[in-house]
Design a protein around this ligand. Structure first.
Ligand SMILES: Nc1ncnc2c1ncn2[C@@H]1O[C@H](COP(=O)(O)OP(=O)(O)OP(=O)(O)O)[C@@H](O)[C@H]1O
Ligand SMILES: [Mg+2]
Length: 180
């Protein structure tokens, strides 16, 4: 996978498929410690132990149309290639937490990609799921969630064009401000 935002989309889609009502995405660009991390936590149905044991193997999938699941194995491979790690903990009936790390300035670390549109796409196509997004650059962080947005917006739908335009500008600006 060429971009980190694609990995984030893939892992968050697993959480959506697991029936989560809340998904928290945390991205951390820790330049001081030379670490890029992203964590995704959900309250979905969880992963049974037998699947969890082999989940980094591309033949593990609950898909029925094809036999190989690729999202987690590809992320695992990229993390290891970048001298990092992928850690998944899960409890059936409670949820799943995935933590990933890559060395920030590793030559093989994929670029961030279009994180703004990835988050907006996730939020607008899963309006009933409370999606939280926190992004940190060193100690500077900002945070947003579907629930907070919906409270602000009252009756205006998250999917309306003006809201999406505003959200796109707000996220882009917030990400830029983290770096100053
Ligand atoms: N957050 C999660 N909650 C519950 N089960 C999960 C979660 N993430 C992954 N799984 C389980 O692990 C399997 C492997 O996930 P992976 O992302 O590698 O492949 P996939 O989603 O099946 O296929 P692909 O990602 O290629 O579309 C899934 O099929 C699902 O059964
Ligand atoms: Mg997947």
């Amino acid at each position: 996978m060429k971009e980190l935002s694609m990995h984030i989309l893939d892992i968050a889609t697993n959480s959506v498929r697991a029936g989560a009502s809340r998904i928290l995405i945390t991205v951390s660009e820790d330049v001081i410690n030379n670490e890029f991390r992203f964590d995704i936590e959900d309250n979905g149905k969880g992963i049974p132990d037998d699947i969890l044991d082999t989940i980094k193997n591309p033949f593990t999938t609950s898909r029925t149309l094809r036999k190989v699941g690729l999202g987690i194995p590809l992320l695992d491979e990229n993390c290891r290639l970048c001298d990092g790690f992928l850690e998944i903990t899960s409890k059936v009936g409670k949820g799943t937490t995935l933590k990933s790390m890559m060395v920030y300035n590793h030559i093989d670390r994929p670029p961030m990609g279009d994180i703004v549109n990835t988050i907006i796409g996730l939020m607008t196509s899963n309006e009933t799921i409370d999606i939280g997004y926190k992004h940190c650059y060193n100690d500077n962080c900002f945070e947003i969630s579907t629930k907070d947005l919906q409270e602000e917006l009252e009756d205006v739908p998250l999917t309306s064009v003006s809201v999406i335009q505003w959200l796109r500008a707000f996220l882009a600006e917030s990400l830029e401000e983290l770096r100053v």
